[in-house]
Design a protein around this ligand. Structure first.
Ligand code: ADP
Length: 402
């Protein structure tokens, strides 16, 4: 069983081909700068194995359709094609950022689904059009293969109303769907399931917190596999401080920026999404650069680091209270999987809450699964690498089978 997973951005298209029978990645790749002069596609065969082979091509890629065509050739041409015919593909899974209230479940794409994703563009103007472009290009090129939409918002569909509503006039919710949605759902779900397996605990009895810390970051409180709270909001700008996004701020601040600093609506949005976060605080959006700068005594870099750790600590405290009983905390994504300093600082002083880090295990765990709390810690702390593409492939497999 082969499943192709596609994550298309406004000018990029990432893909991964899974052999689900043998649970391995056959190939992966990234087409960048679609619609621009310097478009290129990097394709990797047997990634992460001894027989890994990389190919890099520079071609004019004017659209997602052309990018998909190029991917199709890479998969289907040659003496030993990776995919013998379109029918050799069981499904094509697409990451879709925003399902809104229209999509509470992932689904096989048809005209109604396309219309629904389009209707939700208003809630995700940067992401949904790009996701849709990838879906339409894949359907055009592989009309006989089911395309599956896997929504980033699906995992947080069960938030209780008191957690997802904003205290705004009701009409904003009823008419304009203004509410908390939450994102990174495939990652939070994947990590939660992995955690249950690693702890050898039935998912239904597991209460956990997932800290997905990457360029974009979010925290969730999960009870029996069901998401009860999430730090991101109606948009992925909310919650923790991020690479370039501000996270939670005083809700009146955007009005203040617009009025007092004479910024347009687009200008304010740009500030909040692209000029803020770590980049706004210290001029660097990447945590690795921030660590290097801290080592040279850069106080602004120290501040960005501490703002992140303080934010994580606050969410852990709040979500522990929401869950009532906490079995485990899992750290994932670029920072969560690799950055022992962020993990240590975020959990510092939480021993009275039953969260006791094993500093040696923490320092030694990077980019792989591992328990980083001591055996005396009532709450276990884990590092678990995320795999959003595999989670999408699994969702496709389940849907196509049903
Ligand atoms: P995205 O949200 O784009 O998927 P990632 O999950 O790849 O982001 O995370 C990117 C972040 O992870 C960056 O801030 C990067 O600096 C950080 N990161 C990656 N590797 C390390 C590392 N070894 N130590 C600290 N931070 C790291």
């Amino acid at each position: 069983m082969k499943i192709l997973v596609i994550n298309s951005g406004s000018s990029s298209l990432k893909y991964k081909l899974f052999d689900m029978t043998r649970a391995r990645v056959i190939c992966s790749g990234l087409a960048e700068r679609i619609g621009d002069k310097g478009a290129c596609l990097a394709h990797t065969l047997n990634p992460g194995t001894e027989s890994e082979k990389k190919i890099r091509m520079t071609r004019a890629l004017e659209s997602h359709t052309q990018a998909i065509e190029m991917v199709a050739r890479l998969l289907m041409e040659g003496d030993n094609p990776l995919v013998s015919s379109p029918e050799d593909l069981t499904a094509i899974g697409h990451r879709v950022a925003q399902g809104g209230e229209t999509f509470k479940e992932n689904c096989i794409v048809d005209d109604v689904v396309i219309r629904g994703i389009r209707e939700n563009i208003v809630l995700a103007p940067l992401h949904n059009p790009a996701n849709l472009a990838g879906i339409q290009a894949a359907i055009e090129r592989f009309p006989s293969v089911p395309s599956v939409a896997v929504f980033d918002t699906q995992f947080s569909k069960d938030l209780p109303d008191y957690a997802f509503r904003y205290a705004l006039p009701e009409a904003f919710y009823k008419t304009h769907k203004v509410r908390r949605y939450g994102f990174h759902g495939t990652s939070h779900r994947f990590v939660t399931r992995q955690l249950a397996g690693l702890m050898d605990k039935p998912l239904a009895r597991l209460n956990n917190i997932v800290c997905h810390l990457g360029n974009g970051s979010s925290v969730t409180a999960v009870q029996g596999g069901i998401c009860r709270e999430t730090s991101m909001g109606m948009t992925p700008t909310a919650g923790l401080i991020m690479g370039t996004r501000c996270g939670d701020i005083d809700p009146s601040l955007p009005c203040y920026l617009a009025k007092s600093m004479n910024q347009s609506v687009e200008g304010v949005q740009n500030i909040l999404d692209r000029e803020s976060g770590f980049a706004g605080i210290c001029g660097m959006g990447d945590m690795r650069d921030i660590h290097k700068a801290i080592a040279t005594g850069d106080d602004r870099a120290r501040l960005a680091f501490e703002m992140l750790c303080h934010g994580i600590k606050k969410y852990i405290g709040a979500y522990f209270a929401v869950l009532g009983r906490l079995d485990a905390i899992a750290f994932t994504a670029g920072i969560g999987e690799n950055d022992a300093a962020v993990r240590a600082k975020s959990l510092e002083g939480l021993e009275p809450m039953g969260i006791v880090l094993d500093s040696r295990a923490n320092a030694a765990t990077r980019g792989k699964s591992g328990l980083i709390s001591t055996k005396y810690s009532p709450v276990q702390v884990w590092v678990i690498p995320t795999n959003e593409e595999l989670e999408i492939a699994n969702a496709c497999k389940a849907l196509v089978a049903s």
